[in-house]
Write a protein that binds this ligand. Structure first.
Ligand SMILES: *Cc1c(COP(=O)(O)O)cnc(C)c1O
Length: 811
């Protein structure tokens, strides 16, 4: 976009006065931010409109990415970057005497997701637009995002996240695109105009779904795609039926809060309402859109791809069937053919507790017609597969069984593609968790390893590193991340290595200032910064990290003169409010931090920092400062991980188990440039099958580990009587489900290797450089290119030739 700083100052100053009717000199940063956001939205509105019209006019195939979570992070800077006016606006604001960084921080960080799944959806939105692909998001406009986390006496406390307090400059309410979503009631057959019997719904509760659209600005390519988030309201014509506040509340509740659950199945009826609400609204709006063209229904899958991100939107399958059967009068066979060809599904987890299933009666009462459709899908599935696969296998794949409706089964049967999110994860799906389906539908299964957008996670988050890379290899890596590998040429260039170290130190100083400011903890920027940032889950094994920290503490206390590499252990993690064990671990980490950080024998040798309220904005501050990336989940449990990719891209060295995408990171970066430890997934499986794991024996036989574990129950760590005992018992007496004791020695050994390497700054920086240079393959641009070509069959609409040809595959 062409814009000079002078033009910007003039236009923006005018914009401000038009909005607020007073001079910008007297304004707050929030007002400045609001005016700037409005200014930008208007600036790209023409491209937004044009993009939309082009897709419709040319009747190009589009993908709709259905996700119950999006975690976009603040959008001001990324929109400026993608519009190509970040520097211009920064200079202009500075000329006006305004503080750019303060304006940026005034934006609320929309926490409309829990973690990896939601953040993936937002990285995908960036890549889809930046590759010029016709694609849209479909989700929920939660009134309150994921809770704000505070620590009180070391315990997690959850406060509401009122992210819309100051409005939202990026969204556009489109009541003209509203649709009605129906719940409850009964289904009957009524004779239609053509004399055929047609399912008709009675006594339904009708909810108005109002879309709020947000432009997804592509990277300097004039493309603006659409993210559509739905809000639930009472339809104006039905206001009269709502007599009490409680009745009205019931409607608002549908889009009020994001479930703070991550990998734990949440069996609330409200959750089911949310899932149907945004799914039905999305399907209806796609069908309205399609009917603007005069194409036949048979052409629907040639123009529309619908992607189901995890099972939460899998009601899209019976909902599209319902619309095609009941509203468009298609035959079952036609409707089913269209639905299957349109839908594709991503599985995100192998954890049994996360597999969605709904009690039959709940689904039947809430969605009677949808339930009938699911029953018929199930009946036909069983009829067709029984003669081919026999009854054992066939009935194991039933959608309705044991009193439940199984959403993953529905998603697989109703889609033409089922993908996992890392090579290992997809293997586990095919050969273990979803093996029954793999036997029936081998061709549906495929892998699409997750990715991250280098534009947010390197360019925006780490501007100093970005300019170093730009200096050395040029700027093409921003649109062709494969080019990052050119940076390897500087592996022996002392000046570059030195510069890399200086940039890291600067980023560490910046984070240290934040920690001092917010938490009044002094950390030494020269110490090694060791980072584990992700949702708190037993399988992610933050507790193994804790055992290592305690081990260091014990050693220092035994010999205060011990010479040891100073380290700062940095945690960021929210626990689901109902996940007691995760909350006990939070309390333990905070108690340990208090003990360690205030012990004079310890000093700078060991610090523990647990930041409150981890989210995208904090990730952008922490990741550029990280030197060690903790990716230590029990092998076989983490589907992919994406913080592993972000940290590597910023030069952190990974300590990892062979789990999720860590396996591919190892393949690209080379075994000598990361630190692997612990059991592999096969070994874990063997222990589990044989019941041959006995943590009590390890506890009894390993004096070093015994000392560490005893600190949980002997008062060494104060104020954790209940939590320490519960955690100790889970490890020693309740069979240590995640094999912490088994992996302890090998983890400690890897950590010691890290200390050794850190002594040699040149070698360390070389490995850091190789990590940065090897992270191109983990760009979401590649991931999305594979989805586009292999699953969605959509084409880039970029007219600029150079945009079209340069995304080369990494080797
Ligand atoms: C990337 C990201 C995650 C995912 O982290 P994992 O370590 O892959 O679980 C979660 N939360 C936020 C805010 C992120 O940016």
């Amino acid at each position: 976009m062409n814009l000079t700083a002078n033009q910007f100052k003039k236009d923006f100053g005018q914009m401000f006065e038009n909005l607020y009717a007073f001079d910008i000199k007297n304004s707050t940063p929030i007002q400045q931010y609001t005016a700037l956001g409005n200014y930008l939205r208007i600036l790209y509105s023409d491209d937004w409109n044009k993009t939309n019209k082009k897709y419709l006019g040319d009747q190009v195939k589009q993908v709709y990415y259905f996700s119950i979570e999006f975690l976009p992070g603040r959008m001001l800077k990324s929109n400026l970057l993608n519009l190509g006016i970040l520097d211009t606006v920064r200079v202009g604001l500075n000329d006006m005497g305004l503080d750019f960084d303060n304006i940026v921080k005034s934006e609320a960080d929309p926490a409309l997701g829990n973690g990896g799944l939601g953040r993936l959806a937002s990285c995908f939105m960036d890549s889809i637009a930046s590759l010029g692909l016709p694609g849209n998001g479909n989700g929920i406009r939660y009134r309150y995002g994921l809770f704000q986390q505070k620590f009180v006496n070391g315990y997690q406390v959850e406060l509401p996240d009122n992210w819309l307090r100051n409005g939202n400059v990026w969204e556009v309410r489109k009541e003209n695109k509203s649709v009605i979503v129906r719940f409850g009631g009964q289904v009957g057959l009524v004779k239609g105009a053509n004399g055929n019997l047609r399912p008709t719904y009675f006594n339904t509760q009708n909810i108005l779904a109002v879309p709020y659209d947000t432009g997804m600005v592509g990277y300097q390519n004039d493309v603006v795609n659409n993210l559509r988030l739905w809000s639930a309201e009472i339809p104006p014509e039905e206001e009269i039926h709502y007599h009490t506040i409680a009745e009205r509340e019931q409607v608002n509740k549908i889009t009020e809060v994001l479930y703070p659950d991550d990998s734990n199945y949440e069996g609330q009826i409200l959750r089911l309402r949310q899932e149907y609400f945004f799914t039905s609204a999305g399907i209806q709006s796609i069908v309205h859109y399609y009917k603007q063209t005069d194409l036949t229904w048979q052409n629907f899958p040639n123009k529309i791809a619908i992607h189901i991100n995890d099972t939460h939107p899998s009601l899209a399958i019976p909902e599209l069937m319902r619309v095609l059967l009941d509203e468009e009068d298609l035959s079952w066979e036609q409707a089913w053919e269209i639905t299957k060809k349109t839908m594709s599904y991503t599985n995100h987890t192998v954890l049994q507790e996360a597999m969605e299933k709904w009690p039959i009666d709940m689904l039947k009462d809430l969605l009677p017609r949808v339930y009938q459709v699911i029953e018929e899908i199930n009946r036909r599935h069983i009829d067709k597969k029984l003669p081919l696969y026999g009854s054992d296998l066939t009935y194991r794949t039933a959608i309705i069984a044991d009193g439940y409706v199984k959403m993953a089964h529905l998603a697989i049967i109703g889609s033409h593609s089922v993908n996992g999110v890392a090579k290992l994860h997809t293997e586990i799906l095919m050969h273990d968790v979803l093996n029954d389906f793999y036997q029936m539908y081998p061709a549906k299964f495929n892998n699409k390893t997750n990715g991250i957008t280098q534009r947010r996670w390197l360019h925006l988050a780490n501007e100093e590193l970005t300019s170093l890379i730009d200096d050395k290899i040029g700027i093409d890596w921003k649109t062709n991340p494969a080019e990052l590998k050119l940076f390897k040429a500087y592996i022996t260039d002392q000046a570059t290595l030195k510069k890399l170290g200086e940039i890291k130190l600067k980023n560490k100083e910046k984070f240290a200032a934040y920690v001092k400011n917010e938490m009044s903890i002094d950390i030494n920027p020269e110490a090694l910064f060791d980072v584990q940032i992700k949702r708190l889950h037993a399988y992610k094994r933050q507790l193994l990290n804790v055992l290592h920290i305690i081990d260091r503490y014990v050693q220092i206390k035994e010999d205060p003169s011990l010479s040891i590499q100073p380290r700062v252990f940095i945690f960021g993690a929210k626990a689901a409010p109902s996940y007691a064990y995760a909350k006990q671990i939070i309390k333990l980490i905070n108690a340990l931090a208090k003990l360690v950080n205030n012990d004079k024998d310890v000093g700078d040798k060991l610090k523990v920092v647990f930041v409150e309220n981890y989210g995208v904005s904090l990730a952008e501050l922490i990741i550029p400062a990280a030197e060690v990336s903790e990716q230590i989940s029990l092998a076989g449990k983490e589907a992919s991980g994406t913080s592993n990719m972000k940290l590597m891209l910023n030069g952190a060295l990974t300590i990892a188990t062979l789990d999720g995408a860590n396996v591919e990171i190892r393949d690209f970066v080379g075994e000598e440039n990361l630190f692997l430890f612990g059991l592999n997934d096969q070994e874990v499986q063997t222990f589990n099958e044989n019941g041959s794991y006995h943590p009590r024996e390890i506890y009894a036989a390993n004096p070093r580990l015994e000392k560490v574990l005893n600190t949980l129950i002997d008062g060494t760590i104060p104020d954790i009587e209940t939590e320490g005992r519960a955690i100790f018992d889970s490890l020693v007496y309740h069979n240590d489900e995640y094999f912490l004791l088994k992996d302890f020695d090998s983890y400690i050994e890897s950590q010691e290797e890290i200390d050794q390497l850190y002594k040699n700054k040149t070698k360390w920086n070389q490995k850091s450089l190789i990590n940065i240079a090897s992270s191109g393959p983990f760009s979401a641009d590649f991931t999305i290119q594979r989805y586009a070509e292999e699953i969605w069959k959509i084409d880039s609409q970029l007219v600029h030739l150079h945009h079209k040809t340069f995304l080369t595959e990494p080797i």
